[in-house]
Design a protein around this ligand. Structure first.
Ligand code: GLU
Length: 399
């Protein structure tokens, strides 16, 4: 037994499976050539941001247009942030706009599909199996640094251009197995860190489906893979889950672009083929001549529930989403007045790189056009349905 194998056994005494076990359990999906597998991976906060809906609609359409799969995975590793009933609220918000998962979490505590569990909180053993394998290959190590020690490193790095836990600053990188054994015997807790093979001289390249070719410095940080309670960080869980769930295209907010070099490195050390990334820019709002992100705190229209409460027909919101998703949608619509929206040849390449602008006047205008194509009976039915929930007096008048 090598020292690394011994170390892996010491750190993960309860793990008896190997990555091969999971590779066989979750084989490549049997889909037609070119089919795309996309997903929505919310933290269960119960708040569905308009930006989430926007990203989901694009991910969903990409899967559907290619006869692929769209699934929902719940990222509930932070139990403190968990809100009861959050999943149902979020899924219902999506389903109003036609986004229905084929697989994964389809209602609170209800999962379908062969690639689960789809709640991250139930995948601890899977993450630890892959973490153990990295230790065996000398690609990960335990770090016993306390919060104070990490602070000291930060202070000492004041004049260093690359900060963080890397290279000579990574104190626990070179602990001997005897030192580690001693610390474990003393009851010290540890986080598990990646032994980054990156070099600050090298670059990392990737071709984002929306933003195009991106070049960034390679990751050199020994990032945390598992926290001291054995729960994975977003980075590690993303790599393990999207690999094992056989995601082909990761749609997510563009705040994750800066972490993509970490993710590509993780896929490499784990021996996984990386997915394609589609980093979606946030929805922007014009304010005082400038632009800012549509904000959960400041803007009521940031919540998907707002459009339902205000009585915008679902069709209008979907039509509006396509208007801001693809610049050629309006031309297509003019030429195809009665075609269902599903027929629109949506293209990721035509998405806004810097962030679509939200415009309530435009939404209202789109909505007016959509309503004008409905029959009087449909408008009556929809209005009554809305009023029964949000304006009881109006509902009474209708009857
Ligand atoms: N839970 C992450 C978030 O809400 C998911 C990001 C992703 O889609 O990978 O930001």
């Amino acid at each position: 037994m090598t020292n690394n194998e011994r170390l892996a056994g010491l750190l993960f005494p309860d793990i008896d499976k190997t990555p091969d076990y999971y590779e066989n359990l979750f084989p490549q999906r049997n889909l037609k050539e070119g089919a795309k597998v996309t997903r929505f991976a919310p933290s269960p906060t119960g708040f569905l941001h308009f930006g989430n809906l926007f990203t989901c609609v694009t991910a969903y359409k990409t899967a559907k247009d290619s006869d692929g799969v769209f699934f929902v995975r719940v990222e509930d590793t932070d139990q403190k942030r968990k809100v009861d009933g959050a999943i149902d609220i979020m899924l219902q918000g999506l389903s109003v706009y036609g986004v229905q998962a084929d697989e994964g979490v389809v209602a609170e505590s209800k999962e379908i599909g062969e690639y689960g569990p789809y709640y991250q909180s139930q995948r601890k053993e899977i993450y630890q199996t892959y973490a153990k394998a990295l230790v065996e290959q000398d690609l990960a190590y335990p770090c016993f640094c306390s919060a104070e020690e990490l602070d000291e490193i930060r202070t000492a790095q004041e004049n260093e251009s690359t900060k963080g836990y890397w290279g000579k600053w990574a104190k626990c990188r070179n602990l001997t197995i005897d030192e580690i054994e001693q610390k474990l015997a003393d009851g010290s807790t540890f986080t598990l860190r990646l032994k980054s093979p990156g070099s600050s001289e090298k670059k990392c390249f990737f071709d984002d489906m929306i933003k195009g070719k991106i070049e960034m410095p390679e990751n050199v940080q020994d990032i945390v893979l598992l926290k001291s309670d054995g729960i994975p960080t977003y980075h590690f869980a993303h790599a393990v889950d999207d690999h094992l769930m056989r995601t082909t295209h990761v749609f997510r907010g563009d705040e994750w672009i800066s972490s993509t070099p970490v993710h590509l490195q993780l896929f490499r050390v784990l021996g996984f083929k990386p997915p394609k990334y589609a980093h979606v820019a946030p929805i922007m709002k014009e304010e005082n001549g400038g632009k800012r992100k549509l904000s959960k705190r400041k803007d009521p229209e940031a919540a998907v529930s707002y459009y339902i409460e205000q009585g915008f027909p679902q069709e209008s919101v979907n039509e509006y989403i396509m208007t801001i998703a693809n610049s050629n949608f309006e031309d297509w619509r003019r030429a195809n007045k009665t075609e269902p929206i599903e027929k629109f040849p949506f293209s990721l390449k035509k998405m806004s790189v810097s962030g679509a602008l939200f415009d309530m006047v435009k939404l209202t205008d789109v909505s007016k056009n959509v309503i004008s194509t409905m029959t009087a009976q449909t408008v009556y039915n929809k209005t009554l349905e809305w009023a029964e929930q949000y304006n009881k007096r109006l509902a009474e008048l209708f009857k």
